[in-house]
Design a protein around this ligand. Structure first.
Ligand code: PMV
Length: 315
């Protein structure tokens, strides 16, 4: 038997992090350049084994970080009446964890796609989103759904909390560089820091949150109309507001300066901040390469480049 496989990709928040918590929109972008794949091969001995970079061994005996994945697999095997079927499930991920790139959602989406194929079951998009929520709930408590929607999408996602994510048009000719600070993101802490700033200095916080909301609407229009330079300016202005909210990090600030000095059209943090990743816009591939090299010279060990052309953006 040939093994069944499924894949997915990373997500990043293009703009709208933090303000999205206060009912403003956000835009998330699928990053097919940063992939995750899962293969499942049948075993006749009934053993269910997991093979991943963090853990290899019996699925049920894995560390607590695997609780979400295990619940997801349990639910699906029971649903399809094969709770004791044997297999090797291999997770191949290029996504770093805890960088706001949606690694748990990407893993869930890849596992679900592989498992439905392994069991010869049809899978609708709605079912994929619903199933991924099983593990995301265990890992994140009350997930907004943006990570799963983006891990399974080919277009950017327009997202307002409490509403269905919407796929938005996308005609941009440029490159996005994503660079890892190497510092674990602190989304929970950063969300609390913004909430506390809102209590202490409501005016400062509200101005930044509203400003980020307006910039997100402007970014949507820049994305649809191929206004790359304008989107770069929007990135810089968003970063200014995010700094006012107190969620940047000295390492992020340094990397943003390096990117802008090396030809970026604009740069900002992405996701929760206080670590995690930086994103910037490059007008062409040569500039994207130059930015990545300059960042590597400053000690950045991981960066990725994603063309923003929609036709190259297939999953
Ligand atoms: O770090 P990420 O990619 O999970 O993004 C967090 C986004 C926030 O707006 C900061 C928090 C949230 O729950 O929306």
């Amino acid at each position: 038997d040939t093994p069944a496989s499924g894949s997915s990709h990373a997500k990043i928040i293009l703009i709208g992090e933090h303000s999205v918590v206060y009912h403003q929109p956000a835009i998330a972008l699928p990053l097919p350049a940063v992939r995750e794949s899962v293969t499942i091969a049948r075993r006749e001995d009934g053993i269910q084994q997991l093979i991943s970079r963090y853990y290899t061994g019996a699925r049920q005996a894995g560390p607590s970080q695997l609780a979400g994945i295990n619940q997801l697999i349990d639910d699906l095997l029971v649903r399809f009446n094969v709770p004791n079927i044997g297999f090797d499930l291999t997770i191949n991920s290029h996504l770093p964890a805890e960088r706001g790139m949606g690694s748990s959602a990407a893993t869930a989406v890849a596992i679900i796609r592989a498992l439905y194929r392994f069991l010869n079951q049809p899978l609708s998009h709605e079912q994929l989103l619903a199933d991924a929520n099983i593990s995301e709930k265990i890992i994140h408590g009350n997930p907004s759904g943006i990570d799963v929607a983006t891990a399974s999408a080919t277009n950017p996602i327009w997202f307002i909390t409490g509403t269905q994510p919407i796929s938005i048009p996308f005609h941009l000719h440029g490159y996005l560089v994503v660079a890892d600070t190497g510092v674990h993101g602190q989304t929970g802490l950063a969300v609390k820091a913004v909430a506390s700033l809102r209590e202490r200095e409501p005016q400062v916080a509200e101005t930044a949150i509203k400003g980020l909301g307006q910039l997100t609407y402007a970014a949507k229009s820049a994305l649809a109309n191929d206004h790359l330079t304008e989107l770069g300016t929007i990135f810089d202005r968003a970063q200014h507001f995010l700094k006012q909210l107190g969620v940047s990090h000295p390492r992020l600030d340094e990397m943003i300066t390096v990117a802008n000095r090396n030809g970026a059209l604009g740069a900002k943090l992405t996701g929760g901040g206080m670590g995690g990743c930086m994103i910037c816009l490059a007008p062409d591939e040569a500039t994207a390469t130059q930015i990545r090299l300059a960042l590597a010279n400053q000690g950045v060990t991981q960066s990725w480049v994603q063309p923003l052309k929609s036709e190259e953006n297939k999953s």
